[in-house]
Design a protein around this ligand. Structure first.
Ligand SMILES: Cc1ncc(COP(=O)(O)O)c(C=O)c1O
Length: 416
């Protein structure tokens, strides 16, 4: 059985009295703690932390990180506009998106840093303005060793410019007089110390091929244990071995390379819980399963059904008996299931929980990253859930309102 991460039972009752569930609850204290942890890491020749805002783009979270001096990685120009709303300046942002920004001319005039993720993007930047700095994302031909769905470095991945195109990258940079000052290699999420050390070597090898490059951006982050059978990456071990690679590189070449990292998940994952309710309990008779139907899931926490991963669920009741349940969401959708076998969207796996009753409260832990920002909003026309923040002074404030039902059809135009 799992335990509450940062919420107390009193806070949960208070929230249930005053807000509609399902609701996301964030901890300002945990967010600040995570930011401090990342900023405190030593590195051979300095490091910059860029928050990958795709993980959660609520304006308040961006502001907390901005106040800490953390910069931003945007996956689209629209994320850049959201970051500006939070008070960021253009020069604090980079856009490393798959889609070429529609407003590229304007963005380059404003001096946003573009991480070109294709040869076409380098060419487009060059045609708009020559003589400027550009950053380039390469696919190093090696991905994270976690499960394939979150790996972005192999030949099966359309992210970045395949590494064998380095001569073409150089040719375009020369043609348009662009200075490639940063190499970016995001190999995927949930990395181990070993995969990161290997990708540091590969990245530094790219740096040696680009005389003008002074920064290696190693992208996303490490494995963070959510379930008891998982193991978090040892950050100290990673930093030590990566810093060692940068020092070795300096000794060989005399070049001091600055490290950038773009954590999304690891920095923030333990700072959110979702409070929800058990709506119903049904079964499929003697040889079947007992199902808990909740008033949440893929609408608030798509990460679980999308990747077939597992997430801790806590039932708040005082029952001393336990039972085996399959927990499902509220959508009329066959893959809206929490308890499947690991990395499977289909094979059910019942979990042991205290014997539940309808209307018991459930708390789902470690829900911050890639949930609210990835939500299957309005599927089955469920309103988007609200978001609350527990401030450092323990005050509970709303940081996104729950949608009104009329918000769901607000942009529809009646033409019949
Ligand atoms: C370019 C880039 N940087 C950073 C990240 C953040 O990765 P993580 O959440 O594993 O730290 C991602 C995630 O997909 C990404 O695509």
């Amino acid at each position: 059985m799992h335990e509450l991460n940062f919420l107390t039972r009193e806070q949960i009752s208070d929230i249930e009295e005053n807000f509609t569930t399902p609701v996301y609850v964030y901890s300002e204290e945990k967010l600040i703690e995570a930011a401090d942890n990342f900023l405190a890491f030593p590195h051979a020749f300095g490091h910059t932390v860029r928050y990958a805002m795709k993980a959660n783009a609520n304006i308040n979270i961006l502001k907390i990180f901005k106040n800490k001096g953390i910069k931003i990685d945007c996956s689209s120009e629209y994320e850049a506009y959201r970051a500006l709303q939070a008070g960021y300046r253009w020069e604090d942002l980079q856009i490393s998106g798959q889609e070429t920004p529609r407003n590229l001319v304007d963005l380059i005039e404003k001096w946003v840093f573009m991480v070109a993720t294709s040869l076409k993007q380098i060419e487009e930047v060059g045609k708009i303005k020559s003589g400027i700095k550009i950053w380039v994302r390469l696919n190093p031909g090696m991905g994270s060793w976690a499960f394939k769905a979150i790996s972005t470095g192999w030949e099966t991945s359309a992210f970045g410019i395949w590494h064998e195109y380095v001569p073409e990258v150089k040719e375009l940079a020369e043609r348009y007089n662009l200075e490639i000052s940063k190499i970016h290699i995001h190999i995927g999420s949930e990395n181990t110390p070993e995969s990161w050390t290997e990708s540091a070597s590969i990245g530094l090898n790219f740096i040696s091929q680009f005389e003008s490059a002074t920064i290696l951006d190693m992208g996303g982050w490490f494995k963070k244990a959510i379930m008891p059978y998982e193991q978090s990456a040892d950050l100290q071990a990673i930093w030590k071995s990566v810093a060692g690679k940068f020092e070795e590189f300096y000794e060989k070449t005399g070049r001091k390379v600055h490290l950038e990292v773009e954590p999304g998940k690891y920095m923030v994952i333990n700072s959110c819980s979702v409070i929800a309710k058990i709506d119903d309990i049904v079964d499929t008779w003697k040889n079947g399963y007992k199902f808990i139907r909740t008033n949440t899931w893929m609408t608030e926490m798509p990460r679980v059904p999308m990747y077939g991963v597992q997430q801790p669920v806590i039932v708040l009741n005082d029952s001393e008996e336990t039972e085996e349940y399959v927990v499902v969401g509220h959508c009329c959708e066959s893959w809206d299931i929490l308890t499947t076998k690991l990395y499977s969207q289909e094979e059910l796996e019942a979990i042991s929980l205290p014997k539940v009753s309808i209307w018991d409260t459930i708390v789902v832990e470690w829900t911050w990253a890639y949930n609210s920002s990835m939500s299957m909003k309005n599927y089955n026309s469920f309103p988007e859930a609200g978001e609350l923040l527990i401030k450092s002074n323990w005050e509970i404030v709303e940081m996104r309102k729950r949608q009104e039902v009329s918000d769901i059809w607000r942009n529809e135009i009646e033409v019949i």
